[in-house]
Write a protein that binds this ligand. Sequence first.
Ligand code: HEM
Length: 539
Amino acid sequence: MAVLSRLSTLPAILAGLLDQLPKILVNFKTFKGFAQLLVTLAVARTLYKVIYNAYFHPLSHIPATFLSYTYFFTALGVYSGRSHYFLPSTHKRHGKVVRVAPDIVSFADKEAIREILVSTDYPKSEIHEGLELYKQHNLFSSRNKDFHKNRRRLVAPAFGLQYLRTLEPIMHDCIHVMIQKIDEILLNPRSVKTGTEKTAKVLPPGHINICSFMNRLSLDIIGETAFGESFQMVRHDDHPVPRQMAKTLKRSMQQVFNPWMRWIVPLDHSFIDFARERVEIRKEAGEKGRRADLLQFLIDAQAKERADGNGETGDEYADMIAGKLTDRAVHTEALVFLIAGSETSSTAITNTLMYLVKNPSTLKRLREELDQATASNPMGALPTYDQVRNLSYLTACINESMRLRPVAATGLPREITEDTVLAGYKIPKGTVVLAQLPQLHWSEEYFPKAGSYIPERWIPEESPFRPVEDFTFYPFSAGTRNCVGKNFAMMEMRLILATILTTYDIEYVPRQRDDYVQFITTAFATESYVIKMQKRQKA
Ligand code: HEM
């Protein structure tokens, strides 16, 4: 009602402006008069659009806030990465279905989300085109169902549990470097600078920016597994590719909404050269350069496709649409693993460590579970995947942190392809719908005491609550576009968390920011989360 009463004044303002137009037109030959004319036309156009969006648009029957008739929330998300801080209050005020932009509707309704992601499985929305690297469809970005089906079929076996086991030694090597580096800092107590340029501060001895370590470690692991070489971020923190790529992708997403920006700020795609060279190096090395990793998997899949007579035809566009593993496709997919598989995992691990230090009794219990599982390890040996893969409390701690801070903080956007009805509302073809996963994760209806970190809720025999319902928890999404890297991520998270907790005593450091932003995936806004660490004295 408040929205309607505010809106009702707009037609009067618009009429007033149009009334002034003849007087302004008389003076339009002077500079001042011309400027006045331009401003008046721009304001009149905006008012007209707002009135149209509110009263006459095919989505005008959906609950909305005043700002929903503009692209305020979209711009907020794309430029500040913070629209997730506004969406919850909008849903709280208007219910499970809210229009958040003229043609975007956010759904926090369980059945509607299931319909969007699983049953009908709508294609991804236009914003994903911001992740097309030199106009190549890729597994993550593609909106074309046939392309996606073919590419997913080729790539998915690389993430099967059997193939992933071959990656364990690579992950261990990277984790070893992290331990060495943290030990170095702890043994040589000196102040360390941390945070982004804006938030940089000096840390007292024994304080470690674990967020930065996790970001760098996950980059090194993806570097090793998808390109055959570590970025050495844990050791040196100065490889240009990760930062350059993150910057380019953020700009690219902004340009989906403002294509004119392409002429002003051209995108720097030189990180693609890095990927292309790594593929060439591996291929040139032939059998001698073979290594069990994701890059080798893609190269072998390409060789098999060619040997089976299903290789590329030479028509670049047709091959791309058909999902053929061309040379471009191989290094593009390796880059997709870097985009989709580094910040996601590192933020999830940092989140889990953050909740653990804030909840000492949970931390103590998890430590006991891990100590028991790794009791037979000789001094200095890292926990193995076999030791940690079935630990129920470890899995519960990870689940609970992904529930409270899901990677898809602003929801997953999909495009409606035929007029339909969702949660009782008519939704016309072309509408973008947001599967608002965080709203399900934070709902008291499905998760009693939803705001609290309670890992026990994931262990049926210990849970103080009723069992968690199906289709209420989507950390890795669901349906055909669910996370192909889920097993990789779970393995990485389990190994890293188990290593940190069995190697160090960790403690909460109060009075620090822990807010997060979402551009491509979610990340700590200051690139910093500090915990106190001390090498553990094992009995
Ligand atoms: C905790 C870590 C991770 C989380 C929470 C996560 C979450 C997600 C989610 C929610 C999606 C769906 C996105 C959408 O629909 O727009 C997704 C897709 C995807 N993820 Fe992950 N992810 C993680 C780690 C990884 C890793 C380690 C890799 C690869 C090494 C990876 C590769 C991908 C790819 C390629 C897709 C697109 C799949 C497709 O469309 O077929 N992810 N992920």
